[in-house]
Design a protein. Structure first.
Length: 449
């Protein structure tokens, strides 16, 4: 497209010659199962901008799948990392302790929902956090059963796959899966049965869960229910508040632990530090990763102190868990989020995205739904003639956006949903330029079809 852009420049082609050469090497050295959403080969990144090896500059609306809420290379984080590198890189907390691990644990106890004593352990990834949360829940309760939900995503490890709902590409021909894992129905408000009010639909879904406890697994066998307050990979599905509270209350009634998987929803993404706050719940355990440390590999499990103390010494942890670099980065990220009120900024970004696409929906009937909580926004596309998910259109749209300088991802079990995970430091001007580019690409595709 020939329009003059302020931030985007893809004049070298996507990919350019240098990028294409690296991609060719990648194909020889890296397994095809390690997927790539775009042909972008990054050389540097700052804020909400990516620059590739050919000098192209992109607006990043994917945020490393929700990892870069604080932006790429925040100066505050870079500075503390440089300072930490001069002190020590790694000692293994199990061998020689260090204060940043304790400081971060104290900070997470302070900012996570719930006015009660909490403790935290650290790992390396979101899947590891989920695995450890389940281990802790089983140890504390003496029960084995774990319930997750349809369309939920909890990682690609054995237990993570077992809890995850989408078969392809995460589970296909990779079984058998971990035993005593069960999947209950999760609401999909867009497909609410005709004739039901929002409140009636929420109660209908809670009733389904109560039936599930009669037909699939007894409450006495369940250690925990794990839920994303807003589903991520499943399509940015926002459940009714009454549903989340209903499941939470059933857990309390039956001494089942409630684990909130806030790996994608945490750290200001939804307009609050944690999405659980929107639903008025205080989870027994929270899993965190992604945007906790501006891209450093660290994850956390924070829970009620008595629950977290159930495992004995050596039963949880890992060699690299809670690395010094990850801990100091996380502390700097949280300080930045609080100081700059990135939760409020997330709400402003989300409002702008939804306003833009709601207006566009009036022109393009292929847009079936526009939804979001804070800056965790999604646009769902459905063929207006057949009602079928518009997966092919989304494939063309994400590809076209990238070729025109906007990196954005799809989501949903049908891959027909456009999801937004922009860094929360994106400027209004950058956001608008990205939305304009996406609109031009979408209209070009839709008119052509």
């Amino acid at each position: 497209m020939s329009k003059q852009r302020t931030f985007v420049n893809v004049s070298a082609g996507v990919p350019g010659p240098k990028g294409a050469a690296i991609i060719a090497r990648r194909e020889q050295a890296v397994p095809s199962g390690v997927g790539n959403n775009t042909p972008v080969v990054v050389e540097r990144a700052s804020g909400a901008l990516l620059t590739d090896v050919d000098g192209n500059t992109y607006l990043d609306f994917a945020g490393a799948i929700g990892t870069i809420n604080a932006g790429h290379c925040p100066p505050e984080v870079v500075q503390v990392l440089k300072e930490q590198l001069d002190k020590y890189i790694h000692t293994c907390f199990h061998v020689a302790m260090y204060e940043p691990y304790v400081q971060l644990a104290e900070k997470l106890a302070e900012i996570t929902p719930g006015d009660f004593a909490k403790k935290t352990m650290f790992a390396n990834s979101g899947a590891e956090a989920v695995e450890n949360a389940v281990k802790i829940a089983r140890k504390y309760t003496g029960r084995q059963g774990i319930v997750s939900f349809t369309r939920g995503f909890h990682g690609r490890t054995l237990l993570g796959m077992s809890l995850t709902s989408k078969v392809k590409p995460y589970k296909f021909k990779m079984g058998p899966f971990a035993p005593m894992t069960y999947k209950a129905q999760f609401p999909y408000p867009m497909n609410k049965p005709a004739g039901l009010t929002d409140a009636e639909y929420a109660q209908y879904c809670v009733d389904q869960f109560e039936d599930f406890l009669l037909t699939e697994v007894s409450p006495e066998e369940l250690a925990a229910v794990i839920m994303e307050p807003v589903q991520g990979e499943g399509g940015f599905v926002i459940p009714p508040v009454e549903f989340v509270q209903g499941i939470y209350n059933i857990c309390k009634k039956n001494n089942i632990l409630f684990i909130a998987d806030e790996i994608q929803t945490g750290f200001c993404r939804t307009g609050s530090m944690f999405a659980s706050t929107h639903f008025g719940i205080e989870p027994d355990i929270i899993t965190m990763s992604k945007s906790i440390a501006a891209g450093l590999p660290i994850s956390a499990v924070t829970g009620r102190a008595e629950i977290m103390d159930a495992p004995t010494a050596g039963e949880i942890g890992g060699t690299y868990g809670g690395s010094p670099l990850g801990c100091v980065a996380a502390l700097a990220v949280i300080e930045k989020m609080e100081k700059e009120n990135l939760a409020k900024r997330a709400q402003e970004i989300g409002d702008a995205i939804q306003k833009h696409f709601l207006a566009l929906q009036k022109e393009l009937p292929v847009i079936a739904d526009v939804r979001g909580l804070g800056a965790m926004c999604a646009v769902e596309f459905v063929d207006p003639q057949t009602g079928e998910p518009a997966k092919e259109l989304i494939g063309k749209l994400t590809k076209g956006c990238c070729e025109n300088g906007v990196v954005v991802l799809s989501a949903g079990v049908h891959s027909n949903i456009l999801r937004f995970l922009t860094p929360l430091v994106i400027t209004d001007e950058q956001l608008q330029e990205g939305l304009d580019i996406m609109t031009d690409v979408l209209k070009g595709i839709y008119v052509t079809n």
